[in-house]
Write a protein that binds this ligand. Sequence first.
Ligand code: NAD
Ligand code: AHE
Ligand code: ZN
Length: 369
Amino acid sequence: MKIKAAVAWKPNTPLSIEEIDLEGPKKGEVLIKVMATGVCHTDSFTLSGADPEGLFPVILGHEGGGIVMEVGEGVTTLKKGDHVIPLYTPECRECKFCLSGKTNLCVRIRSTQGKGLMPDGTSRFSKDGKMIHHYMGCSTFAEYTVVPEIALAKINPNAPLDKVCLLGCGVTTGIGAVLNTAKVEKGATVAVFGLGGIGLSVIQGAKMAGASRIIAIDINDEKWEMAKKFGATDFVNPKKHDKPIQQVIVEMTEWGVDYSFECVGNVQLMRAALECAHRGWGQSIVIGVAGAGQEISTRPFQLVTGRVWKGSAFGGVKGRTELPGYVDQYMSGAINIDDMVTFTMPLEDINKAFDYMHEGKSIRSVIKM
Ligand code: NAD
Ligand code: AHE
Ligand code: ZN
């Protein structure tokens, strides 16, 4: 079928809205009408050319909500009309990782997904016979997309897709990193580096967990208001201090915070986040994604003296099993997504969403198809 999509033909150039070709779903695949999609910093990261797995041309987007239009051969858990959220971290429920009970990082289709292809090694997207890559198995910057059955969470059909699409990445990643990866306990102290969609969701998660103090850190003062709304108790702008930011946080808290979260993708900040964690037990969770060739470092003494460095992908959440519950929590008012949506715009304006992100003017822009 002919569809409209935002195509990234090469790195570091605006997306181009064009009519392209989409093949129907093959075995184990599902055709989705994308109703809405958020724009995450990771889309911008890959578009910048810094992603070691970045492939072009590609249809980006991985924070979507849609409706099932057609199912391929052998699909049993979804039918036409179901409301779904595509999952860049699928859940096959059969691989070693899914069965481990220790991680959400299903590997069933990871190798083809990383090559921008469907599990059979081909793409459903093309233009004038030229293949266009899928992205993170989702490619939501398009009117329609094809996604493997194991990479779709079936959700409450009454949920507004232009809000719960943010559970496809940002909101779930932040809340999940707090509740699943760090397992923040009541009364704990928390520092959050970077107050975009991820950092604010970490703050929301920390509030849900009953943290006693939530220190919000950003170089943009305008982020403080929203951080406070989500539950932050303190704000620090590193640019307003001469000392290293880790020292500022340690001095504010005596020995450091129980939990810190890096939500920017800056390796120096990852070090700072680790080093402001409490001597003896503080944990630091890396959520931000850093470009090709970047590495983290610290003095081993930081770990010898009890700090723990961890990472979190999609908040450790098993999407097909747990995401419907996140949607229900939004519906009951326990999770706030509405305040994260700064702008809503049509697909034609998608490059504005990237501009607003880079200018620090948006938390999330949602594209409504
Ligand atoms: P965003 O652009 O919306 O927010 C980033 C924030 O960081 C901004 O408020 C910015 O002002 C702030 N910032 C920039 N440099 C800073 C510095 N030196 N010190 C303090 N603050 C600084 O981004 P986002 O969508 O919230 O994503 C954040 C990061 O998380 C990105 O690296 C993204 O790729 C990554 N991410 C990871 C996962 C995962 O599963 N691990 C999921 C989603 C996003
Ligand atoms: N492709 C990059 C890594 C990108 C990355 O770390 N992605 C996160 C999700 S970011 C969502 O906004 C993730 O889940 N990673 C686990 C995985 O299996 O991709 C690289 O460095 O190669
Ligand atoms: Zn994302």
